[in-house]
Design a protein around this ligand. Structure first.
Ligand code: MSP
Length: 468
């Protein structure tokens, strides 16, 4: 039996100190678009997401809720998993890796040991600043005037302790060579350039353990140290999947965590002698009505709330039509409503309703549609994660069909020549069925509804997108 081609996509594994917001849903939807596309092509597809639990932030969040940390982590992992289910990610068939699970923990320890044995981990002293919000070291020069982390508005910890260091410097030349050999590894292009110039400035060895942390995976040969949460988290991409699916075809991440994924992660895999992922795609950040998403501003919107009001598909459409994937953008409720009414209620929804009503009038029964499939422009755009381009492409088809209807005036034709009208409607139904297919990766529920409405005896039905 020939083996199916495989496609393995990941989202970042999310911190559980808080509930999901729309920024998290963004990456997860993007992964789902690819998952659905490759699945439709018949590939063996897998989408992995999960929870990054061994962060120090987890302890603080559990304390706030007065819960033992394990209990808190369990509850939160459940909340995240539930959210993705409710949003229909991979139709519920996604993989979910928790970094506190035993398989993951022992895998992380094995890799730590392996890299140590290979001579790429050494003991040293770390002295400097650490931001728990970022779970990363921070330079004095990055702080604001008040000496706070500009993103988290918190004072970084001053650390001086014995740590294990990963000899990242040893991988400088290998990484450069790898980027050159694999020009598509980091995308989009501007992010790739950013990483190349960062590596060109010279890499430094990085601390990968904490002496005083009370939570986290223990260094296998030194119980007094816990493994740095990023070293642990990155390995979840590998521990969370069947080994035959490795390497990942695309890691979808936000631009804020690019260096971890494009520099440290490949170096770790090189050190451990494991295959490298094929691609890291960093998306941009979006603001809400022009403001940074933040808990204190109360604009960390729950994606489920928007889905309740507009439907999951409308949210997906808006996010990927409004913001070019890879660039920064803004999410505004006003625009959401505008785009919803224009493109979904009046555009797609109205077209479907129009054709269905005409078919209903003449009692048209759908014949088996000719299989449209994805054309090369569509394929090229979606495989390069140019989601906005794909949607523009689909909507230009929608406009063409609208225009064809306006010109052919089937409502008049029905009265003059019913047979000719039926032929025209059959052609239109065929076109809508192809559109439904193209829509599937982006608007899966809508796609399904259209396909079911245009099969068998066609009836006018409920509007796909009631006007708001
Ligand atoms: N736990 C790490 C990832 C480890 S992956 C091995 C982490 N978690 S996070 O929960 O803080 O963030 C997850 C993702 O959410 C990041 O990719 C980040 O870019 C994304 N976003 C958070 N706020 C966002 C916006 N305002 N806009 C778009 N994406 C945003 O980092």
């Amino acid at each position: 039996m020939t083996k199916l081609k495989k496609f393995f996509v990941t989202t970042p594994i999310y911190y559980i100190n808080d509930v999901p917001h729309i920024g998290h849903a963004y990456a997860t939807f993007a992964a789902d678009i690819l998952y659905r596309y490759y699945k439709l092509l018949g590939e063996n597809t897998f989408l992995l997401t999960g929870s990054d639990e061994n962060s120090q932030k987890t302890i603080a969040a559990a304390e706030k809720k007065n819960l033992p940390v394990e209990k808190y982590a369990e509850q939160m992992a459940g909340t995240w998993q539930e959210t993705w289910k409710k949003l229909g990610i991979a139709d519920g068939a996604f993989g979910f890796v928790r970094t506190t699970n035993k398989v993951h923990e022992s895998f992380v320890q094995d890799v730590f040991q392996k890299i140590y044995d290979a001579g790429f981990i050494e003991k040293g002293t770390y002295k400097g600043l650490y931001c728990i919000g970022h779970e990363a070291f921070i330079n004095e020069s990055d702080l604001d005037e008040g000496g706070l982390c500009p993103d988290h508005k918190t004072k970084p910890q001053e650390l001086k302790e014995k740590n294990y260091f990963f000899k990242l410097k040893d991988f400088e030349a290998k990484l450069k060579n790898f980027y050159q050999q694999n020009p598509g590894f980091i995308q989009p292009e501007e992010r790739r350039n950013e990483v190349l110039s960062f590596v060109d400035q010279g890499l430094e060895n990085i601390s990968i353990s904490r002496e005083k942390a009370k939570w986290g995976i223990k260094v296998p040969f030194d119980e007094s140290q816990r493994i740095y949460v990023w070293f642990d988290a990155l390995l979840s991409y590998y521990s969370g999947t069947d080994k035959e699916l490795w390497p990942a075809d695309v890691h979808i991440i936000g631009k804020d965590i690019l260096r971890f994924h494009a520099v440290i992660w490949p170096a770790m895999l090189m050190a451990a002698g494991l295959p490298l992922p094929k691609r890291v795609f960093a998306h941009g950040f979006f603001t809400i009505d022009g403001q940074k998403i933040s808990k204190s501003l109360g604009n960390a919107i729950d994606p489920l709330a928007i889905a309740d009001e507009y439907g999951v598909d409308a949210l997906r459409y808006f996010l990927f039509k409004e913001i070019p994937f890879g660039s920064d953008g803004d999410f505004s409720f006003e625009r959401l409503k505008e785009v919803y009414n224009a493109d979904l209620a009046n555009g797609l929804g109205n077209l479907v309703a129009r054709v269905a009503k005409l078919c209903d009038t003449v009692g048209l029964e759908a014949t088996k549609p000719t299989k449209g499939g994805f054309n090369s422009a569509y394929k090229k755009a979606i495989e390069n994660l140019k989601f906005q381009e794909v949607l523009t492409l689909i909507w230009s088809e929608i406009t063409k069909i609208d225009r064809q209807i306006d010109q052919a005036k089937p409502w008049e034709l029905i009265k003059k020549d019913e047979q000719a009208a039926k032929e025209l409607l059959t052609e239109l139904v065929d076109k809508l069925t192809s559109i439904a297919e193209l829509l599937h990766p982006f608007l899966p529920q809508t796609s399904k509804k259209i396909l079911s409405q245009f099969s068998g005896k066609i009836k006018s039905g409920e509007p796909l997108f009631p006007r708001k």
